[in-house]
Ligand binder design. Structure first.
Ligand code: ADP
Ligand code: ADP
Length: 232
């Protein structure tokens, strides 16, 4: 079964003359253990799709299933719990807490949820992401690529069913971006993680299994086994 299903999703911002139809009947299945990229021109609805699919923003109509749960039907409190327990997030801007070290940042969502990390899983994530010797460093003592890898480890340590990554390499040079993409790729190949990533970058998208192209709020194309050359 897919990790998540988006069904006929519509999002309208504003009222009357000023209305913008950011999503116009989008349906996408996100297969379990698959790495999907969402691409499309600026303003095509990528961020809106990401935020509605992740339950960060309410759609105007349509459904989003995470597992068997239609998250568009949940109350705020239930949605907050589902997001916390079952979804991982990686943002362009890292969103780390500057006063906490890397390990504390990675464990913060679990701590807030009152959960203890699985020690073996924590070790696996830390070693795979290459942060073993950086755990006691604060964000200001880390490079951008290391900070984003901390954010990726934070997203994965709770074993989410799906990870949403919004332009995760957008603020990184290409070497750091590749480190982050390699980690996301390994988490799919080695842990069976399901990941959805919004990106502008064909080189980043080439790390995924499948690209879904948006234009004017609609899915207009799809590509399996993408390469940067095929996307350009
Ligand atoms: P993308 O991520 O592909 O650049 P967005 O999802 O950010 O596209 O935006 C899709 C459309 O919705 C654009 O026309 C944008 O201007 C509009 N939009 C996005 N967010 C808002 C908002 N909060 N209020 C009004 N319009 C918005
Ligand atoms: P971008 O990826 O476009 O640079 P941000 O990473 O700053 O944007 O965040 C995108 C949106 O997601 C913002 O509206 C922000 O409020 C929201 N957001 C960011 N981090 C979280 C989080 N950990 N939990 C819930 N919402 C978040």
């Amino acid at each position: 079964a897919p990790a998540a299903r988006v069904r006929d999703l519509t999002k309208v911002y504003g009222k009357g003359e000023a209305q913008v139809r950011a999503l116009d009947g989008v349906s996408v299945d996100l297969a379990s253990g698959e790495f999907t990229a969402i691409m499309g021109p600026s303003g095509s609805g990528k961020s809106t799709l990401m935020h509605c699919a992740a339950g960060l923003d309410a759609a105007t109509s349509g459904e989003v299933f995470v597992g068997d749960v239609d998250i568009t039907a949940l109350r705020d409190k239930e949605l907050t719990t589902l997001r916390r327990d079952r979804i991982g997030f990686v943002f362009q801007s890292f969103n780390l807490i500057p006063t906490l070290d890397a390990q504390e940042n990675i464990l913060l969502p679990l701590a807030i949820a009152g959960r203890k990390p699985d020690p073996a899983w924590f070790d696996t994530v830390i070693d795979t992401v290459g942060l073993r010797d950086r755990l006691d460093h604060r964000p200001s003592e880390l490079s951008g690529g290391q900070q984003q890898r901390v954010a990726c480890a934070r997203a994965l340590v709770s074993k989410p069913e799906i990870v949403f990554a919004d332009e995760p390499t957008g603020n990184l040079d290409s070497t750091s971006g590749t480190e982050v993409l390699n980690f996301l790729r390994r988490s799919v190949d080695e842990f069976g993680q399901t990941i959805v990533m919004v990106t502008h970058d064909p080189v980043a998208a080439a790390h995924t299994d499948r690209v879904v192209f948006l234009a004017d709020g609609k899915v207009v194309d799809e590509m399996r086994e993408p390469t940067a050359a095929k996307i350009l």
